[in-house]
Write a protein that binds this ligand. Structure first.
Ligand SMILES: Nc1ncnc2c1ncn2[C@@H]1O[C@H](COP(=O)(O)OP(=O)(O)OP(=O)(O)O)[C@@H](O)[C@H]1O
Ligand SMILES: [Mg+2]
Length: 582
């Protein structure tokens, strides 16, 4: 339950709403418990003076009691409405805040966090777990306060009528709370099972539909259906169990209400026989007991939803407590000029222990085109990630304009760079929006067009009926691999970056297109430093400085001609690629 104390700051934020809610609960219950006493007294009045009761007197009494009943019910109901407006609305407001808090925290966390945690888990914290916590903030709190308020309002009236009877009728109530708690807990654990099975089922379906072309091409429809069917069967089984326990819930309550009522009538009857309580008193008692049963039942239910909420909040707290390893400590603005130096940089992936970079030393000069070439898995993308400070090197340091990258204003640094990652990611939005994403200020349509032209994708876009308004993604147009890469290049170019980093982003275009794009890029190299990563020599041969990477080490370095003269791995790759082209 300790984990829930995290939410206290939110109760504090909405303190007035919360306090008002408590006041409304008390008022609502105050009107709610006035009736039994009146009904009891009126009954006694009728029974005692049978001889003097005229019909009109009886009608008057009945009208008075009936009128009061309606009045108090309306008042009690009205304040119950206000209670829910205060407390349930508060819970929804906190739910909104909490979701935003978690989301904002997610965005602060770095790449390594996303590597460690599955997307499904992240989604669950923000949807499923927050919903569970909301149950504690709303109904959980409301019914708890309700029980306390009602108990104190009723108990003195009951003791006043008869202390012994009070004791007897109250005995079944805690037992009922306990039973309801047991049933609710079972229901909760079963519905968790059902939810798990359901998300498994959706994952299977989603994966099949996303990969439908592979499924059909290998004609594996039957097998995928069997897989779906097996999971669906499990889902059904678990749901049946839940239904069974669910159907115990109401009968348990009704049974125990019955026991309390019978106790009240039986013991009350015995006491009335000894004239220790009136018949009207018994009637009032039964009404009190009926008022108390649901709140006592809710105690069991509330305990179990609170436990569930505590478990959810614990999971949320675990995420909220994670601090990003990459933090921006500096708010000073600076101008990026290039001049980036790697000093003895090594990197080992923590999860796999793979030494991806091994003691790298090189310098990227301002305004130059710097290239990194190497076989697959040699560590090129790792360099790009470190350069963008997605993660920090295990050893060594990177300096930018002579300052350690770790102490630079990271936002400014990233704002002045444009990266085209190796794995293209485009949003399910229009092409224009995808390109505009590269900028956070106002962008004119001409600028988008110009960026697309430079990335040599304009003619493709203009061939679509909706041109720049063409929707990409699942329900939109599918771009070819090379088109996607070029839209992603346009997104980087529209930033007008001081440092442009291209991670193997021309791999899916032919050499002719590649040449056009490279020559377009060449046009504004004066104001820009460019880092090109590739495993194709044609992409990088014009770079002023090339490093050849092998197993995370720089094994050769120089311009194309210098490297050719060295007659090493670079020359070897060159000849092989030339032969392939021919
Ligand atoms: N997230 C990761 N976790 C663990 N190991 C990784 C991770 N990413 C890369 N590696 C490993 O680090 C090494 C270098 O990978 P990297 O992606 O930098 O190669 P690359 O030169 O970009 O290859 P390619 O040309 O295929 O893109 C590889 O052995 C790879 O398996
Ligand atoms: Mg790579």
């Amino acid at each position: 339950m300790k984990s829930l104390s995290y939410l206290n700051k939110y109760f504090f934020k909405y303190k007035w709403r919360f306090l008002l809610g408590i006041v409304f609960i008390v008022i609502s219950n105050y009107f709610g418990v006035k009736m039994p006493k009146y009904v009891g007294d009126a009954t006694d009045q009728l029974l005692k003076n049978t001889s003097i009761n005229t019909t009109s007197e009886i009608i008057f009494l009945a009208l008075k009691i009936g009128g009061l009943y309606v009045l108090y019910s309306v008042l009690s109901g009205f304040f119950l409405f206000l209670t829910r407006q205060a407390i349930i609305v508060m819970s929804r407001l906190i739910e909104f805040d909490l979701k935003n808090e978690i989301y904002a925290h997610y965005q602060r966390l770095d790449y390594s966090f996303y590597k460690k945690n599955a997307t499904g888990d992240l989604m669950n914290r923000i949807s499923e777990d927050v919903s569970q916590v909301r149950m504690y903030l709303g109904p959980g709190i409301m019914y708890s306060i309700n029980l306390v308020a009602l108990f104190f309002l009723v108990i003195f009236q009951m003791i006043d009528l008869n202390a012994w009877l009070t004791l007897f009728v109250l005995i079944p109530l805690p037992i009922m709370s306990f039973l309801i708690y047991k049933v609710s807990s079972k229901m909760n654990s079963l519905s968790t099972d059902v939810q798990k099975e359901q998300s498994l089922l959706s994952t299977i379906a989603q994966e099949t539909f996303a990969g439908i072309r592979v499924v059909k091409a290998y004609s594996r429809e039957k097998e995928t259906h069997e897989k779906f069917n097996a999971s669906s069967l499990n889902y059904k089984k678990k749901n049946m169990r839940l239904v069974l326990v669910n159907s115990l819930f109401m009968p348990t309550i009704v049974f125990l209400i019955g026991v309390s009522t019978i106790t009240a009538i039986y013991i009350g009857g015995l006491l009335a026989y000894d004239e220790k309580i009136s018949v009207g008193g018994i009637l009032a008692f039964i009404m009190f007991v009926n008022k108390l049963t649901w709140p006592f039942a809710s105690l069991g239910w509330v305990t179990s939803i609170n436990q569930r909420a505590a478990a959810s909040q614990k999971r949320i707290n675990e995420f909220l407590q994670i601090q990003p390893e990459i933090v921006n400590k500096n708010q000073d603005s600076f101008e990026l000029k290039g001049d980036i130096e790697f000093n003895n940089v090594s990197y080992t992936y923590p999860n796999s222990g793979i030494v991806a970079l091994n003691n790298l030393n090189f310098k990227i000069k301002e305004g130059e085109t710097f290239a990194i070439i190497g076989r697959t898995g040699s560590g090129k993308s790792t360099i790009v990630n470190i350069l963008m400070r997605q993660f920090d090197p295990t050893n060594g340091s990177i300096t930018v304009n002579g300052t350690d990258l770790k102490s630079l204003n990271l936002d400014e640094y990233r704002n002045q760079t444009g990266v085209v990652p190796q794995e293209v990611f485009l949003f399910s939005d229009t092409i224009a929006e995808n390109i505009r994403f590269g900028r956070n200020d106002d962008v004119q349509p001409e600028e988008i067009k110009e960026a697309a032209r430079k990335a040599h994708v304009l003619h493709n876009i203009e061939a679509f009926p909706d041109q720049f308004e063409t929707i990409l993604g699942e329900r939109g147009v599918n771009l070819s691999g090379g088109q996607k890469q070029r839209v992603s290049i346009a997104r980087a170019l529209i930033r007008k970056p001081k440092l442009l980093v291209l991670d193997d982003c021309l791999s899916a275009v032919d050499t002719e297109t590649e040449e056009i794009i490279l020559s377009n890029l060449q046009q504004d190299t004066k104001s820009r430093t460019t880092v090109i990563v590739s495993h194709r020599i044609s992409s990088i041969r014009n770079a002023s400085n090339i490093i050849v990477l092998d197993h995370g080490k720089v094994i050769e370095q120089g311009s194309h001609d210098e490297l050719m003269a060295q007659n090493g791995l670079y020359t070897d790759m060159y000849h092989k690629q030339l032969a392939e082209e021919k």
